[in-house]
Write a protein that binds this ligand. Structure first.
Ligand code: ZN
Length: 283
């Protein structure tokens, strides 16, 4: 089976737009990894489940809880600080990701689109890093020091951007909810994509419960859990489908909309030999 890697900026980034996808591919027998650039230490705290001093530890645990709910491997972290990704040395961050790609040898990577879902500067930085790392991981001239440690170059087959559908945002507006995220007291509008621009729709209805369980793990980020536990929530499009744009691919692109991130890769895709002698970086 294959290997799927999600690359995000903060614990809980995976929950809203990718949780069902992660659960589906884990259930189908693929190895699923979640890599988070930070431990979400700058975010607001909902309720009293954490304090600023222990927030990174709490959020690391919450992402671990969510990964268990999806059936993914324990999460990995790039060890950067929340809110500071745009000023991180890009070459260093890409090097860390390339190293992880060479170790874990994913067939498919999912990450944010160029809009960062709602323009979050950390998301946009991660989008850039993952997009660059997709190409560089297979280039033996890039980060050759890693190859001395018996890391082999690795070609990821596909890179997908997770995005939101404009029609989903319309659904929110119809319910009187403005699709914006408050950041530093500034409302950042969520970015909706036209359905005609979507390449891939993942049906997650069978994994709605796993997605919800993952979401509820992020207790320090959820002010009102009841929002996600009612029948109404489960009936919303968030628990029906997750949508992606195929950004890079080593296999031919589909004519129409595809329903599988591993489409075209065959059953024996990827080589499962370990790329690096040392075990993957863990927190
Ligand atoms: Zn985020």
């Amino acid at each position: 089976m294959g290997v799927l890697m999600a690359v995000v900026a903060h614990p809980d980034d995976e929950a809203f737009g990718m949780g069902g996808t992660l659960a589906r591919y884990a259930a189908e027998g693929h190895v699923v990894y979640v890599v988070s650039a930070t431990r979400g230490e700058a975010g607001q705290i909902a309720g009293e489940v954490a304090a600023p001093a222990n927030l990174p530890v709490v959020r690391e645990r919450e992402l671990g809880c969510a990964c268990r709910a999806y059936g993914a491997r324990p999460p990995m972290f790039l060890d950067y600080l929340d809110g500071q990704l745009p000023i991180v040395h890009q070459g260093q961050a890409v090097g860390k990701l390339v190293r992880l790609i060479r170790e874990l040898r994913p067939d498919v990577i999912i990450t944010f689109g160029p809009d960062g879902v709602y323009g979050h500067y950390d998301h946009i930085a991660v989008h850039r890093w993952a997009t660059i790392a997709y190409t560089l991981a297979n280039d033996p001239d890039c980060f050759p020091g890693q190859l001395d440690e018996v890391c082999q170059p690795h070609q990821v087959h596909k890179l997908y951007y997770q995005v939101l559908l404009e029609e989903e945002l319309e659904e929110w507006r119809a319910q009187g909810q403005e699709p914006v995220v408050m950041m530093d007291d500034v409302p950042f509008p969520m970015v909706g994509w036209k359905r005609s621009d979507i390449s891939t729709v993942i049906d997650i209805r069978a994994y709605a419960e796993a997605k919800r369980a993952g979401l509820l793990c992020h207790r320090s980020q959820i002010s009102d859990a009841s929002e996600w536990t009612g029948e109404e929530a489960l009936a919303s499009s968030m628990f029906r489908e997750e949508v992606y744009v195929l950004a890079r691919s080593t296999v031919e692109r589909p004519d129409g909309v595809e329903d599988d991130l591993f489409r075209g890769l065959g059953r024996n895709h990827g080589d499962r030999t370990e790329g690096c002698r040392r075990p993957p970086t863990r927190p």
